[in-house]
Design a protein around this ligand. Structure first.
Ligand SMILES: *[C@@H]1O[C@H](CO)[C@@H](O)[C@H](O)[C@H]1NC(C)=O
Ligand SMILES: *[C@@H]1O[C@H](CO)[C@@H](O)[C@H](O)[C@H]1NC(C)=O
Ligand SMILES: *[C@@H]1O[C@H](CO)[C@@H](O)[C@H](O)[C@H]1NC(C)=O
Ligand SMILES: *[C@@H]1O[C@H](CO)[C@@H](O)[C@H](O)[C@H]1NC(C)=O
Ligand SMILES: *[C@@H]1O[C@H](CO)[C@@H](O)[C@H](O)[C@H]1NC(C)=O
Ligand SMILES: *[C@@H]1O[C@H](CO)[C@@H](O)[C@H](O)[C@H]1NC(C)=O
Ligand SMILES: *[C@@H]1O[C@H](CO)[C@@H](O)[C@H](O)[C@H]1NC(C)=O
Length: 783
């Protein structure tokens, strides 16, 4: 497919090659003009004749307006609205609209719908999602979404952004090598579901509470079981993810379901890969059956960029391109990112493969979304958000939130006594060493915009103390470390901060890692520097995925380890906040850190979550993997100590099974989750949390359960989490409403939810609490 390079290119395909400064610069200078007016339809001020068209009549409901609009269009005009660059219909006052804008963690330049110019030179760049997830703060997830949508509306008003954004990415970070893992909230379905719901609400919900309308439209992507880029030649465009029904229903699908059902997302994007032999964008069950049928999506289903092209040309899934076009639209696809449907839809209709009524359904979903966005309501300057403009982007409040998010997410993984926090008054000279020590662009991760400003780690640290800087490697690949130079600098300082890790040359779209150790000679550099250091040595790992840093954990000369993800535009300020104790670290790992042996022995393309004793496959994530880890899901230290006490948790909850229930007469080990049984079957767990140290701080309380080991149940699963802020010596309450059917159930081998009878162990921190569910259905709590 050949678009003009700058205007409509399938950016995703080459952007992963674009980690060099040059390419980023090329992307920034797309020739775009800013206008003082946004793009919108039904401009009745300029064209009073449009007043008579029902689809422009804001007093009618969306469905009536959409029907009216579709009834006025020719087939050719409808086909124009099946692709991301939707063709204008000038006779009806409908302009060209670009559906493709991105906003994973701030307004992005990836996607032709958004641009920066001198009018709006940058937008707030929040941490990459994996670090925001590490905050375990649902309020923050939503607040970030809200700030992003405010900046989006402000940019839309000056024709610099669209209204449809293709975020969040809610795939499970199943394997540490996945190049896009950092775009996601991590490996846990519950955390990912809560992130999806909160972020989507933040993006979409309007301040006037009008639920029928959208502030901007979010998109849950990439549906589904998508988490291989290019691993040892296995390519995402052709990868067939073989997923068991059980893994599908209890790991891969729940975040998408929450994103649509709880978050009310206005869109879902189907992925490149196949699932069990069928391309996701051509699977009627996955699209029409699940997304539309079960989840009742109110919005549009879009293909990943060029998914259809890949389905035909690379996967060779159908004999002709028009068959692919027909398959996708008949399966439930509404919009094609790409131009495949521009070229092949008419042919599909001519050959009888696709009916115009099916195309009507697709464009109706696209138009309905645009109506909910106010696109057909005339001049937006007269409407809610119409007064936003360039001054509402990169406000100091928004930039402070980027800094707050980064410091809340940073995870303290090791801290020997007397190491962190550093006292700025007692340090004469701080050595700041490493290829990421003065990182700027690297801090953004991918799906970047132009940030408002950068504070690199070096710049952040130099505010408080005298520093000396030595990169130690020319770049993160670190083929040959400058060990001697770094040692000289380290030996002359009284404290050392090493900022190591990766960047998009190591972890990126279209590319998976092979090794999960620090790249090249980084480990050598760290160990050598530590060996000559006189005082604390702080190892800061800037990366998307976990790194095998067992050597640093074991090295007594390395006194602290921090993981900072890709911390966004204010990353360096946030790192300094944590290192000097202006902020007490509260981040917790959203994914398991495996040893390199995991990468050496486990087939990345094996989609199974559960271990297989026959083949020696060890399983994945804290829910199923029992082998050694470098760090575990939920790890994260604080500068203070928190303690828990279990309060007032009921001892018994019982509910009899209805007459005639099969389990009343036969031996039952598990009971199907059905409404009659689940009604009011819950318990409250109350905990008193106390900050017993001398520093105020935030703390996340995790509630896990270990269900009885039937149906290949997870060894442990997160039921919920709550983040509390406590003053030194202060106390707070954490409360969990545990719904037995929702939280204590497991998915069986056939994808059915069941409550297993027997002992359920609840864990909160080091507290363990045993809970027995038995028959007749009764819950006993054994402390
Ligand atoms: C619009 O409708 C009004 C009232 O029905 C009618 O008088 C007028 O001629 C119409 N205008 C156009 C341009 O069709
Ligand atoms: C959660 O994030 C918000 C910012 O959105 C912050 O104000 C609040 O203190 C955080 N909560 C905790 C417990 O740290
Ligand atoms: C098109 O519509 C006709 C009549 O409703 C129906 O019989 C046929 O199966 C449809 N074809 C496709 C490809 O959906
Ligand atoms: C750190 O990076 C900034 C921004 O790229 C640059 O201006 C500055 O010169 C760098 N500092 C050093 C000491 O190299
Ligand atoms: C941008 O960040 C730098 C480094 O932290 C800081 O010195 C400067 O004041 C910031 N500029 C603006 C305009 O905020
Ligand atoms: C890193 O630096 C080496 C040596 O200059 C160079 O060959 C390599 O291409 C660089 N890697 C990247 C990703 O820029
Ligand atoms: C992975 O690590 C091994 C052993 O350290 C090394 O030989 C190999 O070159 C590394 N591979 C890559 C792709 O970095």
């Amino acid at each position: 497919m050949f678009y003009s390079f700058f205007a409509m290119a399938p950016t995703k395909h080459y952007v992963f090659l674009c980690f060099t400064a040059l390419c980023i610069i090329l992307l920034f200078f797309r020739p775009v003009l800013a206008h003082d007016r946004p793009v919108f339809a039904c401009d009745v001020e300029t064209n009073p004749e449009l007043k008579n068209l029902s689809f422009c009549d804001t007093s009618l409901d969306v469905q009536a307006r959409v029907s009216d609009l579709v009834s006025r269009l020719t087939l050719h005009e409808k086909i124009g609205w099946l692709v991301h660059g939707a063709k204008g219909v000038s006779r009806l006052g409908i302009p060209y609209y670009e559906f493709w804008s991105e906003a994973l963690h701030g307004i992005s330049i990836i996607g032709p719908g958004s641009h920066f110019t001198s009018l709006v030179p940058g937008a707030t760049s929040f941490p990459q999602v994996i670090l925001t997830a590490a905050t375990f703060n649902e309020t923050l997830f939503e607040t970030i979404g809200k700030v992003v949508s405010t900046e989006a509306r402000a940019m839309y008003n000056v024709r610099l952004a669209g209204l449809t954004f293709w975020a969040p990415n809610v795939n499970i970070f199943r394997d540490p090598r996945w190049g896009r893992g950092h775009e996601t909230p991590g490996e846990d379905p519950v955390l990912t579901s809560k992130y999806a719901t909160a972020f989507v609400r933040g993006l979409q919900q309007r301040d006037d509470g009008d639920k029928d309308k959208l502030k901007v439209a979010a998109c849950c992507k990439q549906y589904t079981a998508y988490d291989v880029e290019n691993w040892k030649g296995i390519q995402r465009f052709t990868f067939n993810a073989l997923v068991t029904q059980q893994d599908f229903d209890d790991t891969f699908q729940p975040p998408f379901k929450s994103c649509v059902v709880d978050g009310n997302a206005a869109s879902v994007m189907c992925s490149y890969n196949q699932v069990n032999g069928k391309p996701t964008c051509g699977d009627p069950n996955l699209l029409t059956g699940v997304i539309r049928g079960q989840w009742k999506l109110n919005g549009y289903i879009v293909s990943d960029c060029d998914s259809l092209k890949e389905m035909f040309y690379t996967q060779k899934y159908t004999k002709t391109p028009e068959e692919t076009a027909a398959l996708a639209v008949n399966s439930g696809l509404d919009l094609n990112c790409g131009a495949f449907l521009t070229r092949n839809t008419q042919k599909a209709v001519d050959r009888g493969l696709l009916n115009e009524s099916t195309i009507d359904r697709a464009v109706s979903n696209n138009f309905a979304t645009m109506m909910r966005l106010g696109f057909f309501d005339g001049n937006p300057s007269n409407q809610l958000y119409g007064n936003l403009g360039p001054n509402d982007v990169c406000t100091s409040e928004n930039q402070n939130l980027a800094r707050e998010a980064a410091r809340e997410g940073i995870v303290l993984l090791k801290n020997s006594a007397g190491s962190l926090p550093l006292s700025s008054t007692s340090i004469k000279l701080l050595a700041v060493i490493g290829p990421n020590a003065n990182a700027t662009h690297t801090m953004l991760g991918n799906y970047v915009g132009i940030p408002c400003n950068y504070t690199s780690p070096l710049q952040g640290l130099m505010v408080s103390v005298a520093t000396v800087y030595e990169p130690g490697c020319v770049n993160t690949s670190c083929a040959t470390a400058q060990v001697d130079e770094a040692k000289t600098v380290a030996a002359a300082a009284d404290t050392v901060v090493l900022v190591m890790g990766s960047d998009l040359s190591i972890e990126r779209e279209g590319f998976d890692r092979v090794n999960i150790t620090l790249p090249g000679q980084q480990q050598l550099l760290v160990s050598e520097v530590a060996s000559v250091s006189k005082g604390p040595v702080i190892l800061v790992i800037m990366s998307g995925g976990g790194m095998d840093v067992q050597f640093a954990k074991d090295d007594p000369k390395i006194t602290s380890i921090l993981w900072v993800g890709f911390p966004g535009e204010a990353g360096g300020a946030a790192i300094a906040d944590v290192i000097f104790g202006a902020y007490n670290p509260s981040g917790r790992l959203p994914m398991t850190w495996y040893p390199q042996s995991y990468a050496d022995t486990v087939d990345m393309a094996d989609m199974n979550m559960r271990p297989n004793p026959t083949t020696g496959f060890p399983g994945r994530t804290y829910r199923f993997y029992k082998g050694p880890t470098v760090f575990s899901f939920g790890d994260g230290l604080s500068y203070t100590t928190f303690n828990y006490e279990l309060l007032a948790t009921p001892k018994h909850i019982s509910l009899a099974l209805e007459e005639g229930h099969a389990c009343r007469s036969s031996e039952c080990k598990s009971i199907d989750v059905v409404e009659e049984i689940c009604k009011d079957l819950g318990l409250d767990i109350h905990l008193r949390v106390k900050n017993e140290g001398e520093m105020r701080g935030s703390h996340t309380v995790f509630l896990f359960s270990s269900p009885p080991q039937l149906h290949n149940a997870p060894q442990k699963q997160l039921l919920g989490f709550q983040k509390l802020h406590l003053e030194a010596g202060g106390e707070g309450l954490a409360q969990f409403d545990v719904d037995v059917c929702k939280h204590l159930s497991v998915v069986d081998e056939n994808g059915k939810r069941k409550v297993v009878l027997g002992d359920h162990l609840l864990h909160v921190g080091s507290l363990k609490h045993s809970l027995t569910v038995d028959f007749p259905l009764q819950i006993r709590i054994l402390i």
